[in-house]
Design a protein around this ligand. Structure first.
Ligand code: PLP
Length: 405
């Protein structure tokens, strides 16, 4: 047989959060090393158990979840999602505006397949959650990265966005709260982003999966609220993070704005939903339970709460390392520190992360894996308890000491 090669569609598609560095970590594990993996925001691995009612609901519904469901998602789950947005001021939301997916990940890929034509430009933040860049590329589009400004709390650089809009630009991706930076945008920032979309006739893809994981005085604003009825906005969220059930695969997308102009696109999205038959049925039962009850993450994210304290500790300890600085995360599950590359002699951040892994048996993700253009950042998941987190950051500090010039 001739060699079997991957399709041309995959050229240029990357997803480094689980890329070559993870393969190397697994190789080291196979050799018998214990690797501390702080590369993925997988809450269950770090003792953030799902609310009992959600697990019970999934178990309860297993016997009657054997058949395919509606390809857009169970009516009850879509109603719960619609109510979620209605109760947050998006009173026009209806069941028909909601598609359920096997996690937000599936929906990002589906939506972009339905929306993007070859050569379409889609504005994506840098840094981004890399699925967005990968999925735009897979769909035949061109991801055009707009800069988020570290000096300004990682807020999107509006002038940079404006300068990158061409006649081929069709949409803008907003990730708020942001992975990897931890930024949570103010009302003013969200309004300004929407205003750009409005002026340039762009569709908005607003990834809000961390909407409930915010600290201190941060407030999350749904982009759709400001997009109103004249800007088409697709809002993505799900149960993976706030409800700690990444493995159940339950996410949704809610469509708002001038849907009457989007009939053809929505038909395409429905076709793709039909082709995948339906999302995982048992997990969809958990959506109603999650959104309808008080299975909140609040106890973790308030001062004194486990996750709050871990996030603050990680941020503080990273900043104590000579040559490292980190903007305080205001939400999400990560720190995205900056390295003084001259002092550490770093010109390739993937190599830095691999060297750290081999030397200290600690896995983090390089900043360029999030489409950050310089080799001067990495992302650390702040989910381990304070003892493990402290040890992890000590390993980073030791390693940096060993390479400091
Ligand atoms: N969007 C962002 C910003 C994420 O960080 C993640 C997962 O880490 C996802 C989407 C995917 O979430 P899901 O588990 O719902 O597929």
């Amino acid at each position: 047989m001739r060699p079997i090669i991957q399709s041309r569609k995959l050229r240029g598609v990357r997803y480094d959060v689980r890329g070559p560095i993870l393969t190397e970590a697994e190789r080291l594990e196979a050799e018998g090393h214990k690797i501390l993996k702080l590369n993925i925001g997988n809450l269950a691995l770090f003792g953030f158990d799902a609310p009992e009612a959600i697990v019970a609901d999934m178990v309860h519904h297993l016997p009657n979840s054997q058949g395919y469901g509606d390809s857009r998602g169970l009516y009850s789950a879509r109603t719960a999602v619609a109510h979620h947005y209605q109760s947050r001021g998006l009173t026009e939301t209806t069941v028909g505006d909601v598609f359920i997916g096997n996690g937000v990940s599936e929906l990002i890929t589906m939506v972009l397949q339905a929306f993007v034509d070859d050569g379409n430009e889609i504005l994506v933040p840098a840094p981004d959650y890399p699925l967005w860049t990968g999925a735009v590329t897979l769909a035949g589009g061109t991801p055009v990265h707009y800069r988020c400004d570290e000096e300004n709390g990682w807020d999107p650089d509006l002038a940079d966005i404006e300068s990158k809009i061409t006649e081929n630009t069709h949409a803008i991706v907003i990730i708020n709260p942001n992975n990897p930076t931890g930024a949570v945008y103010t009302e003013e920032t969200v309004r300004q982003l929407v205003d750009i979309a409005r002026r340039h006739d762009l569709v908005i893809f607003s990834d809000e999966i961390y909407e409930k994981i915010i600290f201190d005085d941060a407030v999350h604003h749904h982009t759709a609220k400001f997009a109103g009825d004249d800007v088409l906005c697709l809002t993505f969220s799900g149960l993976s993070k706030a409800y700690r059930v990444c493995g159940y695969r339950a996410g949704w997308v809610m469509i708002s704005g001038p849907r009457h102009l989007a009939g053809d696109f929505l038909e395409g999205l429905t076709l793709l939903a039909n082709m995948r038959m339906c999302p995982n049925v048992p997990a969809q039962h958990a959506i109603q339970t999650a959104l309808g009850g008080y299975q909140s993450i609040n106890e973790f994210i308030e001062p004194g709460g486990r996750f709050y304290e871990q996030s603050k500790l990680a941020w503080r300890l990273l900043n104590e390392i000579d040559g490292v600085s980190c903007v305080e995360p205001r939400g999400a599950l990560y720190c995205f520190p900056k390295l003084d590359t001259e002092r550490f002699g770093i010109d390739d951040d993937e190599k830095f992360v691999l060297d750290l892994l081999r030397a200290k048996k600690l896995l983090v993700t390089h900043g360029s894996g999030f489409n950050w253009p310089a080799p001067d950042h990495f992302r650390l998941v702040t989910l381990p308890d304070t003892e493990v987190l402290t040890e992890a950051i000590e390993r980073i500090a030791d390693f940096l000491d060993s390479i400091r010039r």
